[in-house]
Design a binder for this molecule. Sequence first.
Ligand SMILES: Cc1cc2nc3c(=O)[nH]c(=O)nc-3n(C[C@H](O)[C@H](O)[C@H](O)COP(=O)(O)OP(=O)(O)OC[C@H]3O[C@@H](n4cnc5c(N)ncnc54)[C@H](O)[C@@H]3O)c2cc1C
Length: 391
Amino acid sequence: MDANRFDVLIVGAGAAGMMCALTAAQRGRSVLLLDHSSKLAEKIRISGGGRCNFTNLNSRPENFLSQNPHFCRSALARFTPQHFIAMLERHGIGYHEKTLGQLFCDDGSEAIIAMLKSECDAAGVRWCMPCGVEKIERDDEFVVTASHGKYRAESLVIATGGLSIPKIGATPFGYKLAEQFGVPMTRLKPGLVPLTFHPEEWAAYAELSGASLDAVVSFGKHSFRENLLFTHRGLSGPAILQISSYWEQGMPLSIDLLPDLDAHEMFLQQRGSKMLLGNFLAQYLPKRLAEIIAVQWLENKPLNQYAEKELRTLADKLKKWQIIPSGTMGYGKAEVTCGGVDTRALSSKTMECNNVPGLYFVGEVMDVTGQLGGYNFQWAWASGYAAGQAA
Ligand SMILES: Cc1cc2nc3c(=O)[nH]c(=O)nc-3n(C[C@H](O)[C@H](O)[C@H](O)COP(=O)(O)OP(=O)(O)OC[C@H]3O[C@@H](n4cnc5c(N)ncnc54)[C@H](O)[C@@H]3O)c2cc1C
C-alpha cells in the first residue's frame, strides 16, 4: 500500500476538520489531517474568552445567515448540541449554561481540543502539521503537494475556516481552492465585529469608552436586545456584534436606548419638573451618556424649560437613535467571516460539491454563519460530521 495515499485528506485541523476526521476514521476510512499551523486549533483555544462557547441548546436554522437559508437544516438535524454534549460527557468534561442556551467549558477550551485530538487518535487519524499546501491537482484522485511531500486521496475536505484573526493562521486558502475548481462564492465580509464611526462624528462619544447599557439594536427586520458597549472608535458589545453580521455598509442602524420604557410618557409626567435633563436621564442611562445626550442632542436645561415638541423629538431619538457606522474593525477583530463557498453548489446532506465529486467544504469556509452564542461551533461540528459520514 502507498504510504502517501489516503481515503480522505482534510486541509485544516480546526473545529470542523477534526470533527470530520474523527467521523470518517471511525467509519474505517484512512484519514490524513493537514494544517499549516504549529499549534492545534488556536481558534477553539481563544474562543469564548478561553472557555469555548461550544454550542447553543437553542440551535435552529434561524440562527444562521446564508444566501441559501435552508441549506443548514439537514446537517444541524443530524448532529445536534446533544450529540456534542454526549461526547463531552464520555470524556468527563464539565460544562455549564451561561445564558440564552450558551454552553461553556468549566475548565477552559483546551479540554475540547484535547478531546477532539484523542478521538482522532483513537480512530487512527494521521497528522501532518505544521505543513503547508503548495498545490492541489486532480486526476482520478486528488493530488496534494505539501511541504512534507506529495499525497493522494479519493476525497478532499477543505476545512480552512474564514479570514478572521489572520495572526493565528487564518488564510483565504479555501476560497482560492473553490475558485480553482470553479465552485462559486458569495460575497465575504467580517461578521460579529465591532463597528466604527468617522472620528469627527464620534468625537462627542469617544470619551464614553467603556460605558455599557442594555439596548435593542436593529437593522431591517433583525433586532437584538443585549449589552451595547461604547469604545474609542465606535460601538461593540454583544448587541452590536450580532447586528454587524446583518448590517450593510452605508446603511443606518436604529438603537433603542430605553428598551423597557415609554420615553414619551416618561417626559410627559415630568414636564413641570425643575430637574436638569442630564440628571433626569441619568436615572435610566449610564451617567456619562446621559450628560452627553443632554448637552449634545439638546441643551442641558431644567425639564420645565423645554417645549413639549422638543421633549417629544428627544423621546423619539432615545427610542430610535439612527446612526450610520463608517465601517467595521475588520478581520483583525471579527469573530467570523460572513459569506464563503456558495452552498447552492454543495449537497446539504454531505457537503460535497455537486460538480466536483470527492471535493467537500465544511465549517466557516462555507456561506453559513452563526449568530453569536455557540452557533458557529455547532455548524463546524454538524457540517464536519455530515462530510465525515460521506467522504
Ligand atoms: C476570538 C474568537 C472567539 C470565538 N468564540 C466563539 C465561541 O465561543 N463560540 C462559537 O461558536 N464560535 C466562536 N468563534 C468562531 C469559531 O471559532 C469559528 O467559527 C470556528 O472555529 C470555525 O471552525 P472551522 O473549523 O471552520 O475553522 P477554524 O477553526 O478556523 O480552523 C481552520 C484551520 O485551518 C487551518 N488553515 C487555514 N489556512 C490554511 C492553509 N492555507 N493551509 C493549511 N491549514 C490552514 C488553520 O490553521 C486552522 O487550524 C470565535 C472566533 C474568534 C475569532
